[in-house]
Design a protein around this ligand. Structure first.
Ligand SMILES: Nc1ncnc2c1ncn2[C@@H]1O[C@H](COP(=O)(O)OP(=O)(O)OP(=O)(O)O)[C@@H](O)[C@H]1O
Length: 467
């Protein structure tokens, strides 16, 4: 079998074959075109390409079936699917056959060349490195705990998407583990080892978010004393995780769409385009389709982000995972606090499995810390549960911030830190400020009133926090 350097293109549309052949040849890539998937499969018996670009809809064998057949023989061979977004959405749900890249049609020639180049580089690097260890071992290392059927679906999705740099939209209620899954997707992608940058777009005031994402030039606005690189630049060659994407303002949505389609953007106040190669994984707890319908979220951006969707089930739909998670969090809390690991009486464990956990895994994690701090004995009894959990028929997120703060302070003291209020107090103020600004949609005067600060104080604190 000859392993060639060439890219194989398969499309029943002659004009597409022609355009791609010319463009890729001009970009110094070797190209071979096929009119049908069966022609390509025949050739595959003799030669092996460096990558395949395939249409989805073709008369005999369609693109997904071709992908499945290629995967039987070559697990790692880069495969690019070209299709319109509308076809992709329905096709992806049926797809089980292995990772692929995606080229939306109609495509821009430069975009196609760029993707082909990236894929070829990746193919080369795969030949140079040894294949990944087994999926199970990999996933265990990612620290995501769960044996329930619902979580198995999530693990399968991570496995299927591994070796791919495709955009992913993660949906799920707050605290279900969206960031953790996003980090796992990054770790299992060709970008592992490159930066993984996570940002909660809803927690940053609107007027600061633009410069947070794209950076700013020196003097771009009052207070911009020096050039600052934004998250996109920091995430170059890696992955940018954008949490709570649904609340992004209309103009930022437009800017985001532009960087996703061109790979270029301008820093705030800048005139020189900056090139980046960033994989974006977005997450939301909202129904984005609804927001698109209500005109609050751009449909074209939605399709860009929603190439593949990974849905994380709420904790109440996987209550069989609760004992496992509790064991993990109790162990961790004991290590962090340097105390003996507490155990749960069976009735407590049973009771915890019956709750609805509106704050999901994060809430369970907080409760585990609370119990570790508060339980006087080695065994945790029903009396040691936080009161909020006990009264609530519909359990509300618990107000255990004092326990958390106690834990944080204890941890720092254990680590031998001193002058701990020097960073805790500003951190506390920063959180209060962000939440208040979020509440008032960025209106500073109102946020200052809510916090009980004068407007000047608020402006000064903002400058200190986001110089
Ligand atoms: N399956 C899991 N196994 C172990 N830890 C988990 C799991 N799911 C979530 N966690 C932990 O729970 C906490 C919340 O998870 P994460 O921040 O990923 O949730 P999220 O869905 O991104 O939340 P939000 O939407 O509110 O930002 C984290 O500390 C995370 O490590």
């Amino acid at each position: 079998m000859n392993q060639s350097e060439s890219i194989w293109v398969v499309d029943d549309d002659q004009s597409i074959r022609w355009v791609l052949e010319r463009a890729l040849t001009r970009a110094n890539m070797e190209v071979r075109c096929f009119e049908s998937a069966s022609d390509l499969l025949r050739a595959l018996k003799r030669d092996q390409p460096a990558a395949i670009i395939s249409d989805i809809r073709m008369p005999d064998i369609d693109g997904f079936e071709l992908l499945a057949r290629v995967r039987e023989q070559y697990v790692d061979l880069p495969f690019i699917i070209m299709t319109a977004h509308s076809d992709m959405d329905s096709a992806v749900s049926a797809y089980e056959s292995g990772a692929f890249e995606y080229l939306p049609k109609p495509f821009d020639i430069n975009e196609a060349i760029e993707l082909a180049r990236r894929v070829l580089e990746h193919s080369k690097s795969l030949q140079e490195t040894t294949p990944a260890v087994s999926e199970d071992k990999d996933l265990n290392q990612s620290g995501i705990i769960g044996k329930s059927v619902a979580m198995q679906g999530v693990f399968r999705a991570i496995g299927r998407l591994s070796k791919s740099s495709i955009s992913v939209l993660i949906t799920g209620e707050s605290g279900t583990g969206k960031e953790l899954v996003s980090a796992a997707l990054h770790e299992h992608s060709p970008r592992a080892g490159k930066p993984f940058i996570a940002i909660n777009t809803a927690a940053i005031p609107k007027e600061l978010l633009e410069s947070e994402l794209f950076g700013h030039e020196k003097g771009a606005f009052t207070g911009a004393h020096a050039l600052r690189k934004g998250r996109f630049e920091q995430a170059n060659h890696g992955t940018l995780f954008l949490d709570e994407i649904g609340d992004m303002s209309a103009d930022l949505q437009t800017r985001l769409l532009r960087v996703l389609s061109d790979g270029k953007f301008y820093r705030v106040g800048g005139h020189v385009p900056i090139d980046v190669d960033v994989r974006v994984i977005a997450a939301t707890h909202q129904d984005l389709e609804d927001r698109v319908r209500d005109g609050l979220f751009r449909e074209d951006l939605f399709h860009r982000l929603n190439v593949i969707r990974v849905q994380i089930p709420p904790l109440r739909e996987r209550s069989t995972d609760i004992p496992l998670l509790l064991g993990h969090f109790l162990q961790r809390a004991a290590e962090d606090l340097q105390v003996e690991r507490k155990t749960l009486l069976p009735e407590v464990s049973d009771f915890l499995q019956t709750l609805s956990w509106p704050g999901n895994v994060r809430q369970l994690e907080n409760v585990s810390r609370w119990m570790t701090v508060m339980a006087s004995g080695r065994e945790i009894t029903m009396d040691d549960l936080p009161p909020e959990l006990m009264d609530a028929e519909e359990s509300q997120p618990i107000g255990d911030w004092r326990a958390l703060l106690t834990h944080e302070i204890q941890q720092r003291l254990n680590a031998g830190e001193s002058r701990i209020l020097d960073d805790l107090t500003p951190e506390f103020e920063r959180l209060a400020l962000e939440v208040a600004l979020q509440q008032t949609a960025g209106r500073k005067k109102e946020a200052a009133d809510l916090l009980g600060w004068g407007r000047n104080t608020l402006t000064r604190k903002l400058k200190d926090i986001y110089p």
